[in-house]
Design a protein around this ligand. Structure first.
Ligand SMILES: *[C@@H]1O[C@H](CO)[C@@H](O)[C@H](O)[C@H]1NC(C)=O
Ligand SMILES: *[C@@H]1O[C@H](CO)[C@@H](O)[C@H](O)[C@H]1NC(C)=O
Length: 330
């Protein structure tokens, strides 16, 4: 990994211990099959741990002149087309720890085509109005653990997109921002696959979404075995949301005959307040219904208003005490 891949101009460093060895791979593959759980039960995902990496290579970001913003900074990075503050691609046994990252032009930390990654103790800060500034973005990666991060931004605090499996996020503070998202998936009729994700011990404050799954119409593939648990929400606009008709383009999205399937999604012990009347929303497509949504001890109240659950084309199983209650359909 050379200077070309580290764009650190907007980073103030506390310290970094990131050691890695580069995987020898043929293009298009990224490491051995992850062994492991076939369900998203937390006990299985507890096995997401780093194997000891032989002969670690330690890179100090200071060597790359990591520094706070200055005037020339933005132009230079924009013209180079490198808009992420930190971009890791094809890394294994990667540890990114103890960094403060501010005001990236786009995503703050992107992890792609990587295997066995531990990101922890990051402090990410960008204004609520800054577009496309995801905090941590995971794509095409396996066995990724994100822990103890504080993220304030103008887009998703964490986004997990296609090709990602066995991803765990724990001890996350998010706000302001757009919450913790799976997706978007299936844009432009693409095939997508995200599975075995555990998001737990998160606090969301004043975000537009809490925990969200978003897929475009017309895509294929699946998002499955995803668990959100032990989450506290404060004044979140859409605390629990699945949107299988996600549309973020300028032109309207027309009804399509296919969708990314959404199965086995579990919400457990989620509490707090919603700033809108719709605390829970499952909008699933007419073509591929959402199946196996389990709500267990999800309790959300309005900030002074009555809240409800809206769902369509979704099969919801209610366990424990839930409010608002989504009556089982189908
Ligand atoms: C979909 O394709 C169009 C045209 O190629 C492109 O401009 C757009 O960015 C794509 N959308 C996404 C979300 O990838
Ligand atoms: C709650 O969020 C809304 C916007 O979503 C904001 O207008 C309002 O001031 C917030 N309330 C509190 C108590 O923070």
């Amino acid at each position: 990994m050379g200077p070309k891949m580290l764009h650190l101009s907007s980073i103030t460093t506390i310290s970094i211990f990131f050691y890695m060895f580069v995987l020898h791979v043929v293009d298009g593959t990224y490491g051995p099959e992850a062994e492991g759980p076939t369900t998203a039960e937390s006990s299985d995902l507890d096995e997401l741990q780093l194997s000891p990496a032989p002969s670690p290579r330690i890179v100090y970001v200071d060597d790359y002149r990591a520094r706070a913003d200055d005037a020339g900074d933005h132009t230079e990075r924009a013209s180079a087309g490198n808009l992420q503050a930190l971009y890791f691609r094809r890394c294994t046994h990667l540890v990114v720890e103890g960094l403060r990252i501010r005001d990236s032009m786009q995503m703050h930390v992107a992890i792609a085509y990587s295997w066995k990654v531990h990101v922890s103790r990051l402090l990410i800060a960008a204004p609520a109005w800054s577009p496309n500034t995801d905090g941590i973005h995971v794509s095409n990666s396996r066995e990724v653990l994100i822990s103890d991060c504080i993220i304030s931004t103008g887009d998703d605090c964490i986004s997990i997109v296609t090709g990602s499996m066995f991803v765990q996020a724990t001890g996350i503070f998010c706000g302001p921002g757009h919450g913790i998202s799976i997706g978007s998936l299936g844009a432009n009729k693409s095939w997508a696959h995200v599975s075995d994700v555990l998001v737990e011990r998160a606090t969301l404050v004043g975000t537009t979404n809490g925990v969200r799954i978003k897929t475009w119409q017309g895509g294929g593939g699946f998002a499955e075995r995803i668990t959100f648990q032990d989450i506290s929400m404060h004044n979140v606009t859409n605390p629990v949301i699945i949107d299988q008709n996600y549309c973020d383009s300028k032109s309207p999205c027309h009804e399509q005959g296919s969708a990314v399937a959404i199965n086995n999604i579990r919400y457990r012990n989620i509490r707090g307040t919603s700033s809108s009347r719709l605390a829970i929303s499952f909008v699933c497509s007419n073509s591929v219904h959402c199946d196996g949504i389990v709500m267990q001890d999800v309790s959300l109240v309005g900030e002074g208003t009555y809240v409800s659950c809206y769902y369509m084309n979704a099969r919801v199983l209610e366990l424990g005490y839930n409010f608002p209650y989504c009556r089982a359909e189908m």
